[in-house]
Design a binder for this molecule. Sequence first.
Ligand SMILES: [Zn+2]
Length: 385
Amino acid sequence: MAFSFTITHRDGAARRGWMRTPHGIVETPVFMPVGTQGTVKAMMPRDLEEIGAAIILGNTYHLHLRPGDALIARRGGLHRFMGWTRPLLTDSGGYQVFSLAARRKVEEEGVSFRSHLDGSACTLTPEGAVDIQMQLGSDIAMVLDECPALPAAHDVIAASMALTARWAARCRARFLAYRDGAPAGTIATTPDQAQFGIVQGGTSPALREESAERTVAIGFEGYAIGGLSVGESADAMYDTVGATTLRLPDDRPRYLMGVGTPVDLVEAVARGVDMFDCVLPTRNARNGQLMTREGPLNIKNARFAEDDEPADPACSCYACRHFSRAYLRHLFLAGEMLGSALNTLHNLYFYLDTMKGIRDAIAFGTFEKFRQSVHRSFSRRSLTP
Ligand SMILES: [Zn+2]
């Protein structure tokens, strides 16, 4: 098995360690920049490497619809296609089907929907989600899950959680079939791929517990917590994360999907989470919001028109070493592409640097102090996701 996970330090429930994947080592806790269409928007892979991105995300739904996973497999897989030699994680496509696709219909067999690109009819089954991710050749693949919009009635969330558990078993069976060679008609571009299960269940502790039990019983290389940061309160999210990590095996990585703000990161790490992804640093950068050690900063604000300071004087990224707030504001107002590129570079650097700070603090036994310093700089309210 090419995948392994090792914990090297603990501070309370927070863990520091590393994952071994087919394309290299990833230190945890880790933040994974989101590369929806086979590119982290506005970033060259060279720049991602330079700021220390150890693993990035690819989106199964988008890449399956365009340019197609079979086309990418014939190019040697997603790593080679996009010029990224470090680890990749792909989602299962479920979240996008439920949030983007039109006229979706969920049945036991899978979900049928209309593409948001051209309206064509598509079907995504648990087995199909495994095949697509095998063809893309990510290092870590996710099972297909159903993501109900919250708030939803208890019985709706319960039924969805049970369906997710049945789909997880089918995903694992299909995944294990690849150990004897790729089934006819598919190409496995990273044969040593790992697969993570996903715990659902809304904010109900009982449903989360049952979901964790059923998912762990199937057995995966790692476990994700899905279906959060979809409208519930911060406290409800943290309580759910804390209750769920307690039910997950200590020796497997834990991934909180689609979360979040800098405060969310330290709060989830404090509850034993190892992996994160979120569009917030990249999307907000393109909207002119920069993350700094003093909190968020909106570069379009008139008070920065003649400000010669860098975005964050405490930051040593390329953007902060070379350009003023006045220049970044000008680029933003002029709609220049370089504005998005520099803002994204800075925000991702900030997130990756925050994760490094978290890892160091866990090693030094000073995580609680680090957590408080992040709270002093950020509150959820001050961000505009
Ligand atoms: Zn910077």
